[in-house]
Write a protein that binds this ligand. Structure first.
Ligand code: ADP
Ligand code: ZN
Ligand code: ZN
Length: 698
C-alpha cells in the first residue's frame, strides 16, 4: 500500500489535472456518497480501498464526478482499486439503488452488506498475509460441491396430476410478471417448481429459489440436485444461507455470479447475489416472516425479488398454502396471476382438525387427556406424532409461592425463562438480551425454597412425555437442541428415517417439511398469539397453524390435528377447522380495509433507543412535530410516539412512531424530505434511531 500511496501523491504533484473524482459508497451510518479521487477513471461497481477518518474501509464506486462536491484540496485519493473482481453488474447496482431509495438508506448501507463478508473486509487486502486476496484464495480451493448431508436418495420422478399440470402450463407460458401458486399443504408445489426450473435451465438460464429457513435447504437440495440435467449436476447447484463459513459463502457467490452455477437455493440473503443469466425467481412460503430482515437494512426479500423480476423482465413465482394478505390483495386486484392446487398429491384428504376446549379439560403439564390418548393411540399404531409449542425452555417463568417473586430479567421488561441442563445446573435465561444466571436455590426476596416453574416450554413437554411414554423415542427440536452447526440437519434426518416416535418442537418443525409418517399433530398454547397487540397476529397464527397442521397425514388417510384452545369459537380456529384460507383471508382483509390498515395503507416506523425512555420519546415527539410542519405531511398520518411492547431490552429503552398513509407515494415523499431533518435532530443526542419501511411488527 505504501507504494500505491507514494505513486498517487507523485502523480498528483506532477499533474493535478489527471484527477478523476469518484463518489464512493461506504457502509457508515451517514447519508450520501463520499468523494475521493484516483489517477485513472474507475468504473461504477468496482470496489476500492479508502481511508475514511482514520479507518481503512472497502467501498464501492457509484458515480464518476466532474467536480468534487468538497473543496478539491480536501478530497483524498483512494488507497487502492480492488481489481480481483469485474465491476458489479448494472442490474445488481440498480437493485441496490432501489433498495436504498425504498428503505431510505444510503447506498453504502445497502451495497456493502449485500456482499459476502470477505469482499468487504479491508484486512483481507492489507499486509502480507493477504497475498492475492480472498477471491484468489477461494479460486485456489476447489470447493466442495455440496453443503450439509446430501444423501443419494433414489429419485423417482412423479407424473404430475391434472392440477399440477395446469399450473405448470400456465407458468410456462408466463414470460414475465408475478404468479401466486396457492397450494394446500402437501399439494406438490415443489414438484411444480422443479419442472418449471428445468424448463428455464434448458434455455441456458439461471434459477433463484428462495426458502425461508436454513433447515429446509437439505431436503430441497436433494430434490433439486436429482433433477439437474445430466453430467453438470454436481456443479450447477449453489446453496447459500447464514450458516455457511465465510469461505464457503464466497465460493458459492462466485460460482453464481460468474454464471458457473445454474440454480441458487438460499435464504433471504441469496436475493442479493449477482446472476448474469437469471431467468426465474421462486419464493417458496412467500408469507413467511423470515423473508424480512430484522436488523440493519430491514428489507423484505420477497418484495425485492418481485422488483428484481420486474426489472429484468423475468417471471416471479410466489408459493404458499397461506399467502400473505398483501399477496392475496394483489391477486384480488388482478395484479398477480392466480394458480391453485387444492388437492394433496399423495393423501386422500387434509387431516381432520379438532379443537379441544381447554376450559373444560383437566390439563396435565398443559396437555389435555384427549391429546395424551391420541398420542398413545398413535404410538400403538407405530406412527409418528408432533407436539407443537412455540416456546422453548422448561417454563417461561419461575415464581415464589410465598411472596410472589417472579424471575424478571434485570435488564429487560421480560421474564427470565427456566432452562434445564443435563449436568443439572439449571439456569434462568432472558430470550431478549441473553442474560443468564443460575436458578436460585431459594427466593431472593423472602428466602423460601418453594420456587415453582409456571407454564410449559418444549423442555417441560419433552420431560412430561418421556415420563408418560417411557418406551417412546422422543425428540425435541428447537433453537436450543440445534445450536451446534449441523445438528438440525442430523435431527431432521433422524425424524425422516423413522428414528423418532414423538417430536416436540417450535415453529422450526412446522415449516415446509415433508414428513412421511406423521399421523398426529397436537398444538399447545396457540392462544398466546391470539390476543397479541399486533394487528397481524391473527394472520400469523392462522398461517402457523395451517403449516403445522399440514405436516400431518401427507401420505395416508385418517390423520388428526388437535388444537388446544380456550377460544374455540374464534374465527381463526373455525377457518382452520375447515382448512378454509379463502374465508379467513376475506374476513381479515375486510377488517383491514375498514380500519385502513395494510395492504390498504402503507406504513413506516421510526424507532428510537436510549438509556432513558423520556429521551427516546422526546426525540420522537420532536421529530413528529417537525414532520407536521412539512408540506409533504399532507395525506400522511403521524401517530403519537409510544413505548414498544418489551420497552427495555438490555437496559435500553425503546419507543416508536408510526407513520401511515393510504398512498405509498405520499408516504415516501414525506420520508424523503423529513429524514434529513430527523438526522439533524438526532445529532449529539444520547440515542440511536432507525427507520423501518413496511414494518412487520408494531
Ligand atoms: P407442498 O410443498 O405443496 O406442501 P410437497 O411438494 O412437499 O408439497 O409434496 C408433497 C409430497 O407429494 C412429496 O413427497 C412429493 O414428492 C409428492 N408429490 C408431489 N407431486 C406428486 C405427484 N404428482 N405424484 C406423486 N407424488 C407427488
Ligand atoms: Zn419469596
Ligand atoms: Zn433480558
Amino acid at each position: 500500500m505504501a507504494a500505491d500511496e507514494s505513486n498517487a501523491s507523485v502523480a498528483s504533484a506532477l499533474c493535478t489535472t489527471s484527477r478523476f473524482y469518484l463518489a464512493i459508497a461506504l457502509d457508515v451510518p451517514l447519508p450520501g456518497l463520499f468523494d475521493y479521487w484516483h489517477i485513472e477513471p474507475v468504473p461504477c461497481g468496482v470496489r476500492v480501498l479508502v481511508t475514511f477518518g482514520r479507518r481503512v474501509m472497502v467501498g464501492m464506486v457509484c458515480e464518476a464526478l466532474d467536480t468534487p462536491r468538497l473543496e478539491a484540496a480536501r478530497v483524498r485519493a483512494i488507497d487502492r482499486v480492488l481489481d480481483d473482481l469485474p465491476p458489479m453488474p448494472g442490474d445488481w447496482m440498480r437493485l441496490a439503488g432501489f433498495a436504498a431509495r425504498y428503505y431510505h438508506r444510503s447506498m453504502g448501507e445497502v451495497l456493502m452488506p449485500a456482499l459476502p463478508a470477505s469482499l468487504r473486509k479491508p484486512a483481507a487486502y492489507l499486509g502480507s498475509r493477504a497475498a492475492g486476496g480472498p477471491v484468489c484464495r477461494a479460486d485456489r480451493r476447489p470447493g466442495r460441491p455440496a453443503q450439509g448431508q446430501v444423501s443419494s436418495v433414489e429419485v423417482s420422478v412423479p407424473t404430475l396430476n391434472a392440477q399440477q399440470q395446469a399450473a405448470l402450463q400456465a407458468l410456462l407460458s408466463m414470460k414475465t410478471g408475478v404468479a401466486l401458486l396457492h397450494g394446500v399443504t402437501g399439494s406438490g408445489k415443489t414438484e411444480v417448481y422443479l419442472r418449471l426450473a428445468q424448463q428455464i435451465l434448458s434455455q441456458g438460464r439461471q434459477v433463484l429459489l428462495l426458502v425461508p429457513e436454513i433447515n429446509l435447504t437439505p431436503q430441497l437440495e436433494n430434490s433439486v440436485r436429482a433433477r439437474l440435467p445430466g453430467e453438470l449436476a454436481p456443479l450447477s447447484l449453489a446453496v447459500m444461507h447464514s450458516n455457511l463459513a465465510e469461505g464457503e459463502r464466497l465460493r458459492a457467490w462466485l460460482r453464481v455470479a460468474r454464471g458457473h452455477a445454474d440454480v441458487l437455493l438460499g435464504t433471504r440473503l441469496a436475493l442479493f447475489t449477482p446472476m448474469p443469466r437469471l431467468g426465474l425467481i421462486i419464493v417458496d412460503e412467500e408469507h413467511d416472516t423470515s423473508y424480512k430482515q430484522q436488523d440493519g437494512l430491514r428489507y423484505s426479500a420477497r418484495d425485492l425479488a418481485i422488483w428484481r423480476g420486474h426489472d429484468l423482465g423475468v417471471p416471479v413465482v410466489l408459493g404458499s398454502a397461506t399467502p400473505s394478505l398483501e399477496t392475496w390483495h394483489r391477486v384480488n386486484q388482478g395484479a398477480y396471476q392466480y394458480l391453485s392446487l387444492s388437492q394433496r398429491a399423495l393423501a386422500q384428504a387434509l387431516p381432520e382438525v379438532h379443537l379441544v376446549d381447554t376450559r373444560r379439560a383437566r390439563l396435565e403439564q398443559g396437555m389435555s387427556p384427549q391429546l395424551i390418548e391420541a398420542l398413545a393411540a398413535s404410538l400403538a399404531r407405530g406412527e409418528q406424532s408432533l407436539v407443537f409449542i412455540n416456546r422453548r425452555g422448561f417454563s417461561p417463568v419461575l415464581r415464589c409461592n410465598s411472596c410472589g417473586w417472579v424471575s424478571q430479567c434485570p435488564r429487560c421488561t421480560a421474564y427470565a425463562v427456566v432452562h434445564r441442563h443435563r449436568a443439572g445446573r439449571h439456569t434462568l435465561q432472558c430470550h431478549h438480551c441473553g442474560h443468564c444466571t443460575a436458578v436460585p436455590r431459594a427466593c431472593p426476596d423472602c428466602g423460601d425454597q418453594d420456587l415453582q416453574p409456571l407454564g410449559q416450554g418444549t423442555q417441560r413437554v419433552e420431560a412430561y412425555l418421556t415420563e408418560q411414554f417411557p418406551q417412546a423415542r422422543i425428540l425435541r427440536i428447537d433453537a436450543d437442541s440445534t445450536r451446534r452447526k449441523g445438528s438440525a440437519a442430523a435431527l431432521f434426518s433422524q425424524v425422516h428415517d423413522g428414528q423418532a416416535d414423538v417430536l416436540v418442537g417450535t415453529q422450526m418443525v412446522s415449516k415446509g417439511h415433508d414428513y412421511a409418517r406423521l399421523g398426529l399433530v397436537g398444538v399447545l398454547n396457540a392462544d398466546a398469539m391470539l390476543f397479541a397487540q399486533d394487528y397481524r397476529a391473527p394472520e400469523r397464527l392462522f398461517a402457523q397453524l395451517m403449516q403445522v397442521a399440514g405436516r400431518a397425514g401427507r401420505r395416508g388417510a385418517g390423520a388428526q390435528v388437535l388444537v388446544q384452545t380456550d377460544y374455540p369459537d374464534q374465527a381463526v380456529y373455525q377457518s382452520l377447522r375447515h382448512h378454509d384460507y379463502t374465508s379467513f383471508a376475506r374476513s381479515a382483509l375486510d377488517e383491514r380495509e375498514e380500519l385502513g390498515l395494510p395492504p390498504f395503507a402503507y406504513q413506516a416506523l421510526l424507532t428510537a433507543q436510549a438509556r432513558h425512555l423520556r429521551d427516546a420519546q422526546g426525540f420522537l415527539s420532536e421529530a413528529r412535530e417537525c414532520a407536521m410542519r412539512l408540506e409533504a405531511a399532507k395525506g400522511v398520518q403521524l401517530y403519537d410516539p409510544v413505548p414498544v411492547r418489551v420497552v427495555r431490552v438490555a437496559n435500553i429503552e425503546r419507543a416508536q412512531l408510526l407513520i401511515e398513509s393510504p398512498s405509498r407515494r405520499a408516504l415516501h415523499r414525506l420520508l424523503d424530505v423529513w429524514l434529513p431533518e430527523v438526522y439533524d435532530l438526532a445529532r449529539g443526542r444520547p440515542l440511536r434511531y432507525g427507520l423501518e419501511v413496511d414494518p412487520q411488527e408494531i
